[in-house]
Design a protein around this ligand. Structure first.
Ligand code: GRF
Length: 205
C-alpha cells in the first residue's frame, strides 16, 4: 500500500481476514488500516535507499517478508503498492502474491496505465487482477473487467470509474483465491486465458 487506501477499504468492507497492512511510505492507507483496527506497519523504503539508484530492492523485500511472516500472512494482496517487490517476496510466497491493475493487461502495464490508455485513444480500458511476478504487471490473469472511456474523461475521472470496478472485482477474486488455498490448491489454477473473451468478465455477457 502506498496510496489513498480505497481499494484496501473495499477489502476490509468485504470482511476479508487481513492480518496486517504494510505500506512502503507514509500514506493514508495506514490510517485506513488503523481505523479498522488492523495492524499497520510502515516498512519505509526511505530506509532501504529511497527512490533512486541506491534502492536495495532485495533487502527491502526481505524486510517486507519478515513483517508478513511475523503476522502469519499466507496470501499477499497488493493494493496500490508503489514498490516493485523483489524475488525474496516471490520465493517466500510462490503464486501467493496478488495485484490489481487499472488496465486490461497486457495493455498498459506500469504506474501510468490510465494516462497511457487515454493518450492512446482507446474506447475501452478496464482492470485486471493477476498473480504477481518479478516483472512489473505480469503474471497469470485471474479476472478482468472492461470499463468504457467516456467523452470528456481525464485521468482522474477515468481512474475513479476503474477503481469502482476494482473495489468489487478485487475482493471477490481474493475470496476465490482464499477458497482455493483453503482446499489445498494452487491459485494459478484460477488463471484465465486472457485471450479468451468468454473468460473476461464483462465481455459478451
Ligand atoms: C488502484 O487503481 C490499483 O489498481 C493501483 O493503484 C490504485 C490504488 O487505489 N495499483 P487506492 O489508492 O486504493 O484508491
Amino acid at each position: 500500500m502506498s496510496g489513498t487506501g480505497t481499494i484496501l477499504h473495499a477489502l476490509l468492507d468485504e470482511g476479508l481476514p487481513i492480518a496486517v497492512v504494510v505500506a512502503d511510505r507514509p500514506c493514508r492507507g495506514l490510517e485506513v488500516a488503523a481505523a479498522a483496527g488492523v495492524p499497520a506497519v510502515l516498512v519505509d523504503r526511505a530506509e532501504s535507499g529511497g527512490f533512486g539508484a541506491a534502492f536495495d530492492r532485495d533487502g527491502y523485500s526481505c524486510r517486507v517478508v519478515e513483517v508478513l511472516r511475523h503476522h502469519g500472512v499466507g496470501l499477499v494482496v497488493m493494493a496500490g503498492f508503489g514498490t516493485v517487490l523483489g524475488q525474496p517476496v516471490h520465493d517466500a510466497y510462490p503464486h501467493r502474491v496478488l495485484n490489481t491493475h487499472p488496465s486490461l493487461l497486457p495493455a498498459f502495464p506500469g504506474w501510468h496505465a490510465v494516462e497511457e490508455a487515454l493518450a492512446a485513444g482507446v474506447s475501452v480500458t478496464g482492470c485486471t487482477v493477476h498473480l504477481a511476478e518479478l516483472a512489473v504487471d505480469r503474471g497469470p490473469i485471474l479476472a478482468q473487467q472492461e470499463v468504457p472511456v467516456e467523452p470528456g474523461d481525464d485521468a482522474a475521472t477515468l481512474h475513479e470509474r476503474i477503481k469502482q470496478v476494482e473495489r468489487r472485482l478485487y475482493p471477490a477474486t481474493v475470496r476465490r483465491v482464499l477458497a482455493v488455498l483453503e482446499a489445498g490448491g494452487d491459485p494459478v489454477t484460477l488463471a484465465t486465458d486472457a485471450g479468451s473473451a468468454a473468460e473476461v468478465q464483462g465481455v459478451g455477457r
